[in-house]
Ligand binder design. Sequence first.
Ligand code: COA
Length: 162
Amino acid sequence: MSITAIYPGTFDPITLGHVDIVSRAAPMFGELILAVAGSTSKNTVFSADERVELATNVLSRFPNVRIMKFEGLMVDFAKKNGASIILRGLRAVSDFEYEFQLAGMNRKLMPEADTVFLPTSEKFTYISSSLVREIAKYGGDIGEFVPPGVKEVLIKKLAAQS
Ligand code: COA
């Protein structure tokens, strides 16, 4: 049986931590949908379409990974696309409480789906998209936190916004 999993997030921008999760999860499922949240309470630097484009470029080497944008409830999007697994990365114990709540609520909304957590590889546990954006904003080197190509696009975007 081919299982479709959904990996939802903001991905503003996609980091090496996200790529680590995708590269380890992709072989486990028939299809993995990286679902980029369009409307989010986060004040994003990139538009949803730009976040989709970045992720699409970065993940093009994974044949069973599809990058899609979604609006509204994640579970509605998961149902529409036949996903039965919700994939999330866990970086540290501090992530757990929020993730546990999110998983519980998603289970309530979509009992037929289960959340699967993958521990982030040790070298990426301290990365977050907002830290990457902040370091880039102040001229720090983000080269070891983001995939090739993302650094340049982010620096250009931040310069255009300042
Ligand atoms: N490596 C590096 N960074 C990681 C990571 C990893 N493996 N896993 C998570 N992160 C970072 C992200 O970059 C992000 O950093 P930021 O806060 O600095 O932007 C942070 O950890 C967690 O964010 P993210 O994974 O993008 O998830 P989120 O909490 O922003 O998104 C959604 C959560 C979008 C999945 C959730 O809000 C959602 O489903 N929204 C749709 C509406 C909905 O259904 N709501 C009801 C929910 S019950």
